[in-house]
Design a protein around this ligand. Sequence first.
Ligand code: MG
Ligand code: MG
Length: 276
Amino acid sequence: MSGMVFYKTDEEIEYIRESCLLVCKTLAHVASIIRPGISGAEIDKAAEELILDHGAVPSFKGYNGFPSTLCVSVNEHVVHGIPSRDQIFRDGDLVSVDCGAYLNGFHGDSAYTFALGDVKEEVMELCRVTNTSLYKAIDAAIAGNRLGDIGFAVQQYVEREHKYGVVRELVGHGIGRDLHEAPEVPNYGKRGRGAQLKEGLVIAIEPMVNLGRKEVRTEADGWTVYAKDRKPSAHYEHTVAIRKDHTEILSDHTSIEEAIGKNANVQPVELKIESV
Ligand code: MG
Ligand code: MG
């Protein structure tokens, strides 16, 4: 990632939106087929086919040598899990799926965590709080505010109010012609600190939250990041555009949540009421 921040024109934002909507269409398809007994490799194949069918290219496959279209991270796996045939989902699993697509010269990026079958209530609550923290972060991501305001919003809600661990080592990011552009968007921070958010900035905001402690490690595969205490972790991500007087969510989880509603194997993750 270079240090240069590329502010986007309206036209470029529309291209990024198109990529994001394809990502969310892909995640919605994943939401419709995911269930206990299916493997990470199967959902990855379905996702890749859908992206290619739309004339796009998976953003992650080949990125720094990453081998697949999706990152599929189960239970204590935080992010960057590699889907495989041996990765067979079980009832009670928490499955975080991250997807990127490259279309018309621009990337889109979004992620959703699926609760399969009989997931423990404490883990469902982790999902609700993590998902809600994403929207709290987006509320703070307005022109004139600073990067620290975004991180503060997540950290205040997740750590101080709900006593979970916010992962420090992985952060959100600018996005556009490159998947990961400047600036970095941490999920922790201080109010009023960091670079100012300006019109035309497009960023992926992606809280990664651990049920237990915040510390993470990387598995022997060199990719999969896991919670050091091996407790579950959740991850939700939107790509957003900072406009002059509002912030627009370019990705859209509505279709994902509709698909979950029709899939009896997946539990819906409601937002916490206090955020609305
Ligand atoms: Mg992502
Ligand atoms: Mg991202």
